[in-house]
Design a protein around this ligand. Sequence first.
Ligand code: ZN
Ligand code: ZN
Ligand code: ZN
Length: 114
Amino acid sequence: MTKAYQCIHCGMIEYSGETPKNVDCKMAALHQWHQIAIMGTSIYECSRCFAKVKAEKLPNFPSCPEGGEHSWHHLGEIGPNRFECRRCNDIVMTDKYPQDSPCPLKGPHAWEKV
Ligand SMILES: [Zn+2]
Ligand SMILES: [Zn+2]
Ligand SMILES: [Zn+2]
């Protein structure tokens, strides 16, 4: 079973069957991985650290790298359509127009099909 891990220091997401190697963290000497989800086809984004994760259901929310807990928002299901936010230039691939969720540049993401 593939799981999603996030490093509490640098926020990086890795998908792996077991805890990833802890070398080469850019924010600390070693990555410190937390398992946050079972990998799935739903895309969630945290409105604090803006990590995106492919999960089967709402990811866990211990320890957001930005402090406190993650605040996950469901963007949609993985799909063939590419959407770009006009504000922050974030890109997601979903089956239909992504759901409203907070943009790092204030307000909601402004998704446009590209
Ligand atoms: Zn790290
Ligand atoms: Zn977060
Ligand atoms: Zn945005």
